[in-house]
Design a protein around this ligand. Structure first.
Ligand SMILES: Nc1ncnc2c1ncn2[C@@H]1O[C@H](COP(=O)(O)OP(=O)(O)OP(=O)(O)O)[C@@H](O)[C@H]1O
Ligand SMILES: [Mg+2]
Length: 210
């Protein structure tokens, strides 16, 4: 017959604190505890810019570079968010604001877990980006403006969306019939005048991730 495991023998596996009486459920661990285990701070790097500007491309290069240097990372890409958590949202201004809010909330949780979070979404409205900044905290939020002019994005048109917008097959396309509000004081601005690799290296230096 199988011998019964005596759980009391392994009480060393548990570290218990007194339960809290707050309404908000609190973990006995702080962000600092988690960050210590990871060996770095949680941060949010937020890429904004027109569709086709190069946000995802830059986010991917940044993540690979950080990963290779031992950072714990995750990308929240607008397109991927729309396949799951944001799949009930469209492209009206209200839905875009909500998409941004949800992404900011998820980014905050992941940052609290000690991750370097890379958000790559058009996020066209200043108000929502500022909301993300205040939710995440000024010292943890790093806004990168991928400032590729509309003419170049439209020429790239990797998803064929600009052609559809010009033909009035789709509505609410940022830069065509939906506004884009550029950041006034982004922590970093890059554009087609700067090679991708240079921009990523500069970003890592600015973030003290080099
Ligand atoms: N620095 C660059 N120089 C030349 N082409 C680039 C550069 N960055 C991105 N591209 C190209 O531009 C196209 C659009 O890039 P990407 O998908 O990263 O844009 P995005 O900002 O993520 O757009 P969306 O908001 O629609 O997801 C891709 O074909 C990509 O290879
Ligand atoms: Mg993208």
């Amino acid at each position: 017959m199988e011998k019964k495991f005596d759980f009391m023998q392994r009480k060393d596996l548990l570290v218990c604190d007194a339960p809290s009486s707050d309404t908000r459920s609190t973990s006995p661990l702080s962000r600092e505890n988690r960050e210590r285990l990871k060996g770095h701070h949680g941060r949010v790097i937020w890429f904004t810019g027109l569709s086709g500007a190069g946000k995802s491309t830059m986010a991917n290069t940044l993540e690979s570079s950080l990963h290779a240097r031992g950072f714990h990372t995750y990308i929240l890409d607008g397109d991927n968010m729309r396949l799951g958590l944001n799949r009930d949202l469209g492209f009206t201004p209200a839905d875009r604001a909500e998409s941004c809010r949800r992404t900011a909330e998820v980014a905050r949780l992941m940052m609290d877990a000690g991750l370097v979070v890379i958000a790559a979404l058009i996020s066209p409205f200043r108000k929502e980006r500022e909301m993300a900044r205040s939710l995440i905290g000024e010292d943890r939020f790093f806004e990168v403006y991928v400032d590729t002019p509309l003419a170049i994005c439209e020429q790239r048109d990797t998803k064929g969306l600009y052609r559809k917008a010009r033909n009035r097959e789709i509505a609410d396309m940022t830069g065509i019939d939906s506004p884009y509000e550029p950041p006034e004081r982004p922590q970093m601005r890059t554009g087609p005048d700067e090679p991708l690799e240079d921009a990523v290296v500069r970003l890592m230096v600015l973030l003290n991730f080099s």
